[in-house]
Design a protein around this ligand. Structure first.
Ligand SMILES: NC(=O)c1ccc[n+]([C@@H]2O[C@H](COP(=O)([O-])OP(=O)(O)OC[C@H]3O[C@@H](n4cnc5c(N)ncnc54)[C@H](OP(=O)(O)O)[C@@H]3O)[C@@H](O)[C@H]2O)c1
Length: 262
């Protein structure tokens, strides 16, 4: 059994992780929320609507990491830097499922000492979609416009989603150009731009489409999540994989290419 500390345990994803852990052979040994959380002191299992785990929600991440083999962070972008620093200090592998942060140099530095998996989307289906987008962008003529359309529930804070940006990054890599130079939201298309469109509505779990449109034909690659449990299961599987890796920065696609022990 791999022992995991869940950071952001009171949230939608944190609770989904708690519910899915047993079926993925992961033992939750620590449950972390913010210092102001109403969940502090509660049992993590009860909070998630399953049987009590005997794990009390705490805000003390350094202490929580003590009995964990790996940490899984689905909290808030504002907390990512301090969560990363705590895991580095404790020498614990960290899966970052939280989106909306930008910490390139901090991640590189931490990855010299611990395994860090940055996973803006922990669905295995989306992980494959990103690779297919990279291939399609490289294979299709540059005359094809590339548009990324994403939809999420009305509460989602960041936009475009971390997954939409990862899809844009993959498309830009396929065309051997930096995304920053071609990212476009709105306005007409002149040629090489990669466009983003965002929908926020209702309880949509997560939908991403990448449209490659030429003159007279178009191709769409898409993924639709209907159950938040897919992100939880993927995150738990990825965390179990990460636990035995050497220090370094990893991505979800590495689960397909680095088999256990390689
Ligand atoms: N990678 C993926 O596949 C994937 C899938 C879905 C969502 N996400 C991302 O995961 C993150 C969480 O999503 P969500 O839908 O679960 O959001 P959420 O329901 O708002 O949950 C986030 C939780 O984090 C807690 N939190 C805030 N600051 C914290 C801190 N300093 N330490 C520990 N916990 C803290 C908050 O609870 P308290 O106030 O009670 O502490 C909150 O309940 C977002 O960035 C989202 O975009 C990623």
């Amino acid at each position: 059994m791999i022992r995991a500390a869940i950071i952001g345990v009171s949230g939608r994803m944190g609770q989904a992780l708690v519910r899915a852990a047993a079926s993925e052979s992961i033992e939750i040994t620590a449950a972390v929320a913010s210092a102001k959380s109403e969940a502090l002191g509660k049992d993590a299992g009860v909070l998630a609507g399953v049987t009590p785990l005997g794990v009390t929600v705490t805000a003390d991440l350094p202490a929580a990491l003590g009995a964990a083999d790996v940490a899984i962070d689905f909290s808030n972008a504002a907390a990512t830097q301090s969560n990363l620093a705590a895991c580095r200090q404790a020498r614990k592998p960290l899966l970052i499922g939280t989106t909306g942060f930008s910490l390139d140099s901090e991640l590189q530095e931490a990855a010299r000492e611990i395994p860090v998996l940055v996973a803006p989307n922990t669905s295995l289906g989306v992980t494959l979609l990103i690779e297919l987008v990279r291939q399609a962008a490289a294979a299709l003529p540059a005359a094809f416009d590339i548009e990324i359309i994403e939809a999420h529930h009305r509460m989602k804070k960041d936009a475009p989603s971390g997954t939409a940006l990862a899809l844009g990054q993959a498309a830009a890599q396929g065309r051997a150009q930096p995304l920053d130079g071609v990212r476009q939201e709105g306005a007409a298309r002149r040629g090489a731009e990669i466009g983003f469109a965002v929908v926020r509505a209702g309880d949509i779990v997560g939908e991403h489409s990448v449209l490659f449109a030429g003159m007279g034909e178009s191709l769409t690659l898409s993924h639709r999540a209907t159950d938040r449990a897919i992100f939880a299961r993927g995150a738990l599987q990825a965390a179990a994989w990460l636990e035995s890796r050497a220090p370094g920065q990893y991505f979800m696609r590495d689960l397909f290419t680095h088999k256990s022990g390689s």
